[in-house]
Design a protein around this ligand. Sequence first.
Ligand SMILES: [Zn+2]
Length: 297
Amino acid sequence: MFKKVFQITHSLLLVIAAFAAQATSHDESPSFKALPLTDNISMLQGRGGNLAVLSGKQGILLIDDDFKAMSDALKAELSNYGGLDKLTYIINTHWHGDHTQGNLALGDHAQIVAHDNVRTRLLTRQEIKLFNMVSEPYPEAALPSITYQQAMTLYINGEEINVVHYPNGHTDGDSIVYFKNANVVHMGDHFFSGFFPFVDISSGGNVLKMAANIEAVLHRVDDQTKIIPGHGPLSSKSDLRAFHEMLVGTAAEVKAMKDKGMSQEQAQKEGLSDQWNEWTDGFLSTESWIGIVYQSL
Ligand SMILES: [Zn+2]
């Protein structure tokens, strides 16, 4: 059954690999690029969503775990932080395969932590129509074993990790993870740094709610905070603010078109003002983005 799933999801991998090209080397064998952020926290970039790893005496905490095709490379990368035996927690920021398929290989070694709705979605068949992608139910060992509804805190290696749910942004099960002492934040897919994001309407995502959630995050971080986006390079508060302005600004333009009675297709034909052109760089076309915004209104 899983063979079939991964054949289908391979097409998503190609789509995402294309836009994540800046994070992907041209090497034949997949590997991770590690960027140390503090003494014991690093950002890892593979082919799917960005990862974070916290290591120390009490074990390894991993945020997200990339595609299945990256699992061998991820195991190899983790050997730099003490190895699989030290893996203690995996946090899944949301259910998408480019952030959770590593659960299939690593789930036996760690407790998987996520919002309630991530477990619910991974228990059943999921579909993302925009990418023509289907995800079959995950086996027990790859499912989140610890779930929460609004917020939870983990203490490991002298760090306080606040895992906070922000409703209906990128999906209906998103977590944003704050490393309190280190002043590092992993945004999950609430943040695509520098380009139009995918917002999964069919999984309960919504552009306007995503913007409201990010506004709340902007109140919680400062100019020194190291911000790990779901996709794109390590970022700062000003990058997150620019992303927020783009969400609000493009939503206002699409709303104005909708209010004039234009259909989604007409709005897509009309386009956005030129100031947003650079946000098409890397992933979604303006047309696709207008469609996502239109459906969020
Ligand atoms: Zn996602």
